[in-house]
Design a protein around this ligand. Structure first.
Ligand code: 5GP
Ligand code: ZN
Length: 118
């Protein structure tokens, strides 16, 4: 079900599908979400195929820390210079749609509203 061969984000990493890339290094790729929910909506993914945050363990701590540590600079570079929100949807209950771990960086000039509808 979740193999790198047919993974949409692995295809973006391999250049088989276009994406608005905003950052890339040996471990990590960041690109614009195709259906942004706010003026700033960036996805940060590991180049290694990890299906979900539900699958990580402490051996992934360095990579996860690196992804998170990139968020402030990526947010500011996209114009979110007064705060942002990080979302990681994980698994069925988290309603993750794409089975390749990703961090959403969401922001803009206006407050985003409550974290979840109550
Ligand atoms: P999830 O619900 O899995 O946390 O979020 C998946 C996100 O990936 C969604 O916000 C969706 O708009 C985005 N997405 C899905 N397919 C593509 C694509 O082909 N290109 C880009 N740039 N974003 C995508
Ligand atoms: Zn993948």
């Amino acid at each position: 079900m979740s193999s790198p061969d047919d993974c949409i984000f692995c295809k973006i990493i391999r250049g088989e599908i276009p994406a608005g890339k905003v950052y890339e290094d040996d471990d990590v790729l960041a690109f614009l979400d195709i259906k942004p929910v706010a003026p700033v909506h960036v996805l940060v993914i590991p180049k290694k195929h990890i299906a979900s945050l539900t699958q990580v363990d402490k051996t992934d701590a360095l990579l996860l820390g690196k992804m998170l540590a990139l968020a402030p600079a990526l947010a500011v570079a996209q114009g979110a210079d007064d705060g942002f929100r990080i979302i990681i949807n994980a698994g069925r209950v988290g309603m993750q749609e794409v089975p390749h771990l990703h961090i959403h960086i969401i922001g803009g000039s206006h407050p985003l509203g409550p974290m979840l509808a109550r």
